[in-house]
Design a protein. Structure first.
Length: 433
C-alpha cells in the first residue's frame, strides 16, 4: 500500500510506526521544509506538501489539518483519507471503548473515568486528544482491555464510527475559525454519536441544550448526567441510583464546573461497574491535570493558580467563580472573535472579589471595550509581552490572602507556542518569586 502521512507530529509519528509494521510504502508530507523524518521514508516537504495526493492509496490526515483543505487542493480523494481515530476504531481488538467530547473538561473527565475503572480492577488505556495517539495504544490491547478516548472536534469532523459509550460534556462556541461556524462545530461533535445503535449509550450534560442535541444524532440510549437517572448533586453530595458517592466539598478538583465533570465520569463508569469504593477513592484524591486550575504555590500569603488551559470565555468564567479569594485575574490572548459579553458581565458581577484584571495579548482592546460596556473598569492593559513582566504587574495589585489567577479565556498563539508553553512560563516565573 502506498500511504501519505500528512503532518508529522505526535499523530503522524504514530501513524508512521503503525503503517510501517504493515509494510506500507510511506511518504511523509509536512509544511515544515526542515522536518526531520525517518531515513527510510520518502518526503514531500514545504509549501507544496499537499500537491498530488491523489496518487496515494491511503492518506493520513493529522488532527489539526482541516479535511476541507485537503479536498480543496485534491478534489476526489475523500474516500482515501483516514485518521488515527478511524484506523484505531477499524482494527481495535476490544469493544470496551468510551469516547468523551465537549468544549472543556474532556481531559479531566476522561482521566477520572480511566482512574475509576483502574481502581475497580480494569486494564485501561487513555488516549486521543490528551496527547497520546490511540495508535500507540493499539499493540497493547486485548479483547478485555478498556479504552478511554478524549476526542476533539478536529478528530471527530470526519469520524466514521461511534464507541459503545459516548459522553458529551457542555458545548459552547470554540474553534469557529477552524470550523467556520457554530453549526459545523456542533456537527463535528455529533459524529461521536452518529453511528451508535440501540445497544449503545449516549451520555450528555442535562443542562446544556447543545449537548443534548449532539447526543441525539445516533440511536444510542440517552442518559443525562447532572440530572437523574445519571449522577447529580443533591444536598451537597454526588448521588447516583440513590447511592451517595461523596460530598462535593470532598472533591480535590476546584470549582463547581468540576462537579459536572465528576458527575459525567460517575455516570459513565456506573454503566460498567458499581464499585462505590473505587469511584469514591478517585473523586476524593484526584487533584486535576496540569494547567487546569492548578495551584502552583503561595508567596507572601498570595496563592498563584495556573489555568492556562482556559482558552475560551466560558472556561475563564468557571475559574473566576471557582476561586473564592479576592483575586487578580490575568485575561487575554489570541483573539478568535468569540463573544465576550458574558465574560464581561461575569467580571462586573464579581467586581467586589476582583482586585484587578490584567489584560494581555492581541485581544486587549476588544476585551477592554466589552468590559467598559458591562460597567467594569477595574482593569489594566499590560503592554509587556513577556511573562515575568505580566506576573510582576499582577503581583503589584495583591494583598495578603489574595490569589493570582492565570485564566486567559483566549488562545495563546499571539504570544506563546501553545497553552502548555503559556502555563509553563507562568509556573517558572511564580516558582522564582
Amino acid at each position: 500500500m502506498n500511504v501519505a502521512i500528512v503532518g508529522f507530529g505526535i499523530e503522524g509519528q504514530a501513524a508512521y510506526a503503525h503503517w510501517s509494521q504493515l509494510g506500507a510504502d510511506i511518504t511523509i508530507c509536512d509544511q515544515d521544509p526542515y522536518k526531520q523524518i525517518p531515513p527510510d521514508a520518502a518526503s514531500q516537504l514545504g509549501d507544496n506538501y499537499l500537491e498530488g495526493l491523489d496518487r496515494f492509496d491511503l492518506i493520513f490526515r493529522t488532527n489539526g489539518l482541516n479535511p476541507d483543505v485537503l479536498l480543496r487542493d485534491n478534489p476526489g480523494i475523500g474516500d482515501k483519507v483516514t485518521t488515527s481515530l478511524n484506523e484505531f476504531m477499524r482494527v481495535a481488538p476490544t469493544k470496551h471503548i468510551i469516547g468523551v467530547t465537549g468544549t472543556k473538561g474532556k481531559g479531566t473527565t476522561s482521566t477520572l473515568i480511566t482512574k475509576m475503572l483502574e481502581a475497580a480492577g480494569k486494564e485501561v488505556f487513555l488516549g486521543g486528544n490528551i496527547g497520546v495517539s490511540l495508535l500507540t495504544v493499539l499493540p497493547k490491547l486485548t479483547a478485555d482491555s478498556w479504552v478511554v478516548a478524549e476526542l476533539s472536534s478536529y478528530q471527530l469532523v470526519d469520524f466514521r464510527y461511534s464507541p459503545p459509550i459516548a459522553v458529551c460534556l457542555m458545548v459552547v462556541p470554540e474553534h469557529l475559525n477552524w470550523h467556520g461556524d457554530m453549526e459545523s462545530y456542533i456537527l463535528a461533535k455529533a459524529r461521536l454519536f452518529e453511528h451508535q445503535t440501540t445497544e449503545d449509550l449516549a451520555i450528555y450534560y442535562a443542562n446544556n441544550d447543545t449537548s443534548r442535541r449532539i447526543a441525539s444524532y445516533g440511536q444510542g440510549r440517552k442518559l443525562p448526567y447532572f440530572a437523574e437517572p445519571g449522577a447529580y448533586v443533591k444536598d451537597g453530595s454526588i448521588v447516583i441510583s440513590g447511592e451517595r458517592i461523596c460530598d462535593t466539598d470532598e472533591l480535590k478538583l476546584l470549582g463547581e464546573h468540576n462537579w459536572q465533570n465528576a458527575c459525567a465520569a460517575v455516570t459513565a463508569v456506573w454503566q460498567v461497574t458499581q464499585n462505590m469504593q473505587a469511584i469514591r477513592s478517585v473523586l476524593t484524591t484526584f487533584a486535576g491535570l496540569p494547567h487546569r486550575l492548578e495551584s502552583i504555590r503561595s508567596v507572601n500569603g498570595v496563592t498563584y493558580f495556573n489555568d492556562s488551559f482556559a482558552s475560551t470565555p466560558d472556561a475563564a468564567i468557571a475559574s473566576l467563580e471557582a476561586i473564592r479569594e479576592p483575586k487578580v485575574i490575568i485575561l487575554g490572548g489570541f483573539d478568535r472573535k468569540l463573544p465576550l459579553d458574558h465574560l464581561a458581565r461575569a467580571l462586573a458581577d464579581n467586581h467586589d472579589a476582583i482586585r484587578k484584571a490584567v489584560i494581555i495579548g492581541a485581544s486587549g482592546v476588544r476585551l477592554a471595550g466589552e468590559l467598559e460596556k458591562a460597567g467594569f473598569t477595574n482593569y489594566v492593559i499590560e503592554q509587556a509581552r513577556d511573562m515575568p513582566a505580566i506576573v510582576k504587574t499582577a503581583q503589584s495589585y495583591t494583598r495578603q490572602g489574595d490569589a493570582v489567577l492565570l485564566s486567559p479565556g483566549f488562545a495563546s498563539f499571539d504570544m506563546f507556542k501553545n497553552f502548555e508553553d503559556r502555563g509553563n512560563q507562568f509556573r517558572t516565573v511564580v516558582e522564582k518569586l
